[in-house]
Design a protein around this ligand. Structure first.
Ligand code: ZN
Length: 367
């Protein structure tokens, strides 16, 4: 019952006026985007193992800052069955697992055929974080460093995106700006310039460097190793995003950063049932969010999975990277993604003492 009340509060905040779930005393005067958090930057670091961060934390100023200021864990989980790039990023963006009746069903990791969308593959429309943000009038962006992310630009573009049935018609193209650049230095420079010109309500940023180094040279944790150097590059990119937020009065104090990964790796690969493949970090840095270890802060809401890889069935779920899209929306005072099943928004948006006793989430209605 308590959980239902919390979720109701989160959903109610998405109306034209309501109460911010983060700061109950703050009223939204003009609807979503008028609460304490107006902007969310969601970063996924491809192939980032949490122990590649902890082993060289003194060389990673951005991650060191997040570990001081964010609610986080080094023991979040990917989908129970898949730990590779497109299936797991699709989970982050849709709030669905890969398989089963509620799954998004995108289980391959190749550059997709240019005629295929997430919807044609599934046989029905699969809504995303972009749908909810854009349909509520927010500006959205996707900055990707692998060409296969064109799948999302196509699935949520003007031809294949769903009609907007929410409030004013914001159109079918759910992603206002799509940028692909394999050089993450250039990619983030472009992002920062675009943020300064006009902030995004929600923007997703994909940093490929650790995965690319891992495949080429191996997921090795020696500080001189190319994989660890790539993690330092990813840290620098996140540092540039943090600096852009700090230095802009429009963004500072009003922007949340969600940082996670799609998977880890061992040897020269990932995607198997190894702990180093399915263990990912999850950071939530936002005004009003209590910093600390997520499992310690919310012992009744999440179950630390130790070395295991639990399925979606249990009541007490691990923190999952697939919650990133729904967490982003809740921070903005928006409802969850239609059809999504992975979320912890109702948990993280209340003080730890008031957290519900389960992280299991209802399936929201399909449209
Ligand atoms: Zn990979």
């Amino acid at each position: 019952m308590r959980f239902a009340l919390v979720l109701t509060a989160v959903i109610a905040a998405a109306g034209c006026s309501g109460v911010s779930p983060l700061a109950p005393d703050v009223e939204y005067e003009n609807g979503p985007g008028d609460g304490p958090i107006r902007y969310v930057v969601h970063v996924s670091v491809d192939g980032l193992r949490p122990d590649a961060v902890t082993r060289q934390l003194s060389a990673l100023p951005a991650f060191a800052r997040l570990r001081e200021q964010a609610a986080f864990t080094d023991n979040a989980r990917t989908d129970p069955d898949y730990s590779n790039t497109l299936p797991n990023h699709t989970a982050q963006l849709t709030g669905r697992g890969v398989t089963g009746p509620a799954g998004h069903a995108w289980d391959t990791n190749r550059d997709p055929d240019p005629t295929v969308t997430l919807h044609s593959n599934r046989g029905r429309y699969i809504a995303s974080v972009f749908d909810v943000a854009h349909d509520h009038g927010l500006r959205t962006g996707l900055y990707a460093s692998k060409s296969k992310f064109a799948l999302y630009d196509r699935s949520y573009g003007a031809s294949h995106g769903a009609p907007d049935a929410t409030g004013p018609n914001d159109g079918r193209d759910k992603i206002d700006t799509f940028v692909y650049d394999s050089d993450t230095g250039d990619l983030v420079r472009q992002l920062v310039a675009d943020l300064r010109a006009e902030p995004y309500g929600y923007v997703f940023v994909h940093l490929r460097d650790p995965d690319s180094a891992g495949h080429a040279f191996g997921w090795r944790l020696w500080s001189w190793h190319p994989y660890m150097r790539a993690v330092r590059r990813a840290d620098a990119r996140i540092g540039e995003i943090l600096a852009a937020i700090d230095s802009d009065p429009e963004l500072s104090g009003h922007t949340a950063l969600v940082v996670t990964a799609d998977h880890g790796g061992t040897g020269h690969h990932h995607g198997a049932g190894e702990r180093e493949h399915y263990t990912v970090p999850f950071y939530l840095w936002a005004p009003g969010v209590e910093p600390g270890d997520l499992y310690a802060l919310y012992p009744n809401a999440f179950a630390d999975p130790s070395d295991l890889r639990p399925g979606f069935g249990g009541d007490l779920q691990p923190v999952r990277n697939g919650a990133a899209g729904n967490v982003s929306l809740a921070l903005l005072g928006l409802p969850p993604i239609p059809g999504s099943t992975i979320s912890m928004a109702g948990t993280l948006l209340v003080a730890p003492d008031d957290a519900p006793t389960t992280a299991a989430q209802p399936v929201t209605p399909e449209r």
